[in-house]
Design a protein around this ligand. Structure first.
Ligand SMILES: [Zn+2]
Length: 406
């Protein structure tokens, strides 16, 4: 194994510290450091394990990472010697990279909770297995990462099926049209909180039944919040009945006071493309035609020193404003409630460079929730290779979900 892929001492130390010097295996958590034989020594049974392998023929492959990327913090998992060995035996059988990443996330969350830094139980959506549906070929699986990116050119029903199935963790509303059409389908969602749970939904010609960990339930009784947005927002200044304030509160399903709170927070992240956004009252001037008096949003974009009306922004810029408000909204809830964000991008939503920036934002430690992004188009931004990326290919009833190799 080339030395260049080994973790630096500095990296190992940070990995161990972030894990509270405990093994990250969910059912182990043994303390890996303690008193040594001599009065002045410590004894360690911890190791920094590679998520994607350091050697070419190692378990889990190299995930397309370069030597430098293989030894970054992102690719390390702190474990006791037994578990570090276990996850690398049998070619890593049973231990996918996604699974190790979720262990790491859950363990670090557990440590944060012990430190009193967060006040909610950790939550991780692990996988969706579609056993039967009207759209997909049987037995299709998606493993979710911190950010999951699903694209498929022609097939919009595939993307919305995936979003609807995930959405059923909090509401069957998204399944309504399928149920009304007497469709049969069957799928399982696995999530950790931090115990592993399997929520299984079956529709027999529109008659729904579901189980949680093999117990019959009519809905998922574990509280969580799922936020779902189509990143599309139409404001037509001259014909809309609504001013920006009403349009935004409708879109985000929040009240005016919450909106003001979110607007206050916009621009605080280094990933923000909007440096400031505020609502003020505007009255029509003489040549404004049918423009109505009302509360309108003013936006100062990063690198710009003047405010623009929301209505005068390009569709990409409007998407930035909306997405940053959505992130603020979900982040506020995610500190206290197990939360998940689903975003459906439109083809006009973002240029690749803007999307790159937001993928980095979603993957960063500033964001406490998982995000599932669906898109009509494939993106060329390099960050997508750090997400769990899937493409949808095929005609109805035959659509296949394939992981995208980078
Ligand atoms: Zn262990």
């Amino acid at each position: 194994m080339s030395k260049r892929k080994n973790f630096l001492e500095k990296t190992k130390k940070i990995l161990a510290g972030r894990a509270g010097y405990q093994c990250s295996h969910p059912s182990c958590n043994i303390i890996t450091i303690g008193a040594g034989e001599e009065a002045h020594t410590t004894s360690s049974i911890g190791e920094a394990a590679h998520i994607y392998s350091a050697s070419l023929d190692g378990p889990r492959g190299q995930g397309g990472l370069s030597d430098d990327e293989l030894r970054t913090l992102d690719n390390g998992l702190w474990a006791c010697k037994n578990h570090a060995r276990l996850i690398d035996t049998n070619d890593g059988d049973g231990f996918s990279a996604e699974q190790l990443k979720s262990w790491k996330f859950l363990h670090e969350e557990k440590i944060k909770t012990h430190q009193g830094r967060i006040q909610r139980k950790s939550f991780w959506l692990s996988s969706l297995i579609i056993n039967q549906s009207k759209v997909f070929k049987n037995e299709q699986t998606i493993y979710f990462g911190k950010v999951t990116f699903v694209y498929g050119g022609e097939n919009t029903s595939g993307k919305s099926t995936i979003l609807n199935f995930i959405n059923s963790l909090t509401s069957y509303e998204a399944l309504k049209s399928r149920v009304d059409n007497n469709q049969s389908f069957n799928y399982e969602l696995e999530f950790c909180n931090p115990d592993t749970n399997i929520f299984s939904v079956n529709s027999n010609r529109g008659v729904i039944s579901s189980t949680l960990n093999d117990n019959i339930v009519n809905f998922n009784p574990i509280p969580m919040a799922i936020y779902r947005f189509d990143l599309e927002f139409r404001i037509n200044l001259y014909s809309s009945e609504l001013d920006d304030q009403d349009a935004l509160t409708n879109y985000l399903k929040i009240d005016k006071i919450k909106l003001a709170g979110l607007l206050n927070n916009v621009g605080r992240s280094k990933y923000s493309q909007v440096s400031k956004a505020y609502i003020d009252f505007q009255e029509p001037s003489e040549d404004d035609g049918e423009f109505k008096a009302g509360y309108y949003l003013n936006v100062i974009l990063k690198g710009c020193d003047f405010a623009l009306n929301l209505a005068s922004l390009s569709s990409g810029e409007k998407s930035m404003v909306l997405l940053e408000l959505i992130i603020e909204l979900v982040q506020t809830y995610a500190k206290y409630t197990q939360s998940l964000l689903l975003v459906n991008l439109q083809s006009t939503s973002f240029h690749d460079s803007t999307l790159s920036n937001y993928l980095k934002y979603f993957m960063s430690g500033e964001v406490d929730f998982q995000t599932v992004i669906t898109s009509v188009t494939k993106t060329n931004c390099p960050e997508v290779k750090l997400t769990n990326c899937y493409s949808l290919v095929g005609k109805v009833q035959e659509v296949v979900i394939s992981p995208v190799e980078h």
